[in-house]
Design a protein around this ligand. Structure first.
Ligand SMILES: Cc1cc2nc3c(=O)[nH]c(=O)nc-3n(C[C@H](O)[C@H](O)[C@H](O)COP(=O)(O)O)c2cc1C
Length: 201
């Protein structure tokens, strides 16, 4: 059953958000959704200009990943946007992609879809919630339907983020995505697919 079309659109400088996006895609496919996993254009900005070895390695690893287009968002019934935290906000690279959707927004082609977000930051109180809320400001303007995880499952009391899914990478930016984050990602994408199915009738 491929009744739900899901676009996962993300930016990742050092691979954490990409790992999260890949988990979402795998779980969504198991749940029967048709998935487009797409990265937005990788262009270093600001603090990323002096690229670290980590960022260079991720740029190499992500070379083959398909790029996001406006059609991927228009095509989808549900969209999951992912971005690392940047000063408590989404990354400029994802914002640039979102800003490129003006023509589709003007035609109402971004409305009436389900949306949710996921993020990663180095520190636990470094702006994960504000990043997701900043992302959701845009969704109101789309006329989208935000489907947050809330505390709709016991596991949400473990990862503790009702706004979306977030992972803390630590001071060395090297704590891998593990069971707690993966459980939260699985819950989010299953919930998004389930609610999209209900909306589609
Ligand atoms: C310019 C810049 C700003 C950042 N701002 C924050 C921040 O406000 N809070 C935080 O905890 N981490 C911050 N970080 C760290 C990243 O959010 C973190 O390393 C994230 O896990 C990277 O995800 P990625 O591996 O998908 O690129 C920042 C990193 C950069 C390069």
């Amino acid at each position: 059953m491929t009744d739900v079309k899901l676009a996962i659109v993300y930016y990742s400088a050092t691979g954490t958000v990409r790992t999260m996006a890949e988990r979402l895609a795998a779980t969504a496919e198991q749940a029967g959704a048709e998935v487009r996993l797409r990265q937005v254009q990788r262009q270093p900005t600001g603090g990323e200009k002096a690229a670290t070895d980590e960022q260079a390695a991720e740029a190499e690893a992500a070379k083959g990943a398909p790029g996001a287009t406006a059609d991927d968002v228009v095509w989808a019934d549900a969209v999951l946007f992912g971005s690392p935290t940047r000063y408590g906000n989404i990354a400029g690279q994802l914002k640039t992609f979102i800003d490129s959707l003006g023509a589709q927004w003007a035609q109402g082609l971004l409305a009436d879809k389900v949306y949710a977000g996921f993020t990663a930051s180095q520190t636990a109180h470094g702006g994960q919630e504000t990043t997701l809320i900043a992302l959701y400001n845009t969704i109101y303007h789309f006329g989208g339907i935000i489907v947050p995880p809330g505390y709709t499952d016991g596991s949400k009391f473990v990862d503790g983020n009702p706004y979306g899914v977030s992972h803390v990478t630590g001071g060395g930016n090297d704590i891998p995505v593990g069971d707690v984050t993966n459980t939260a990602l699985d819950h989010l994408v299953q919930r998004v697919i389930g609610i999209t199915r209900k909306l589609k009738g």
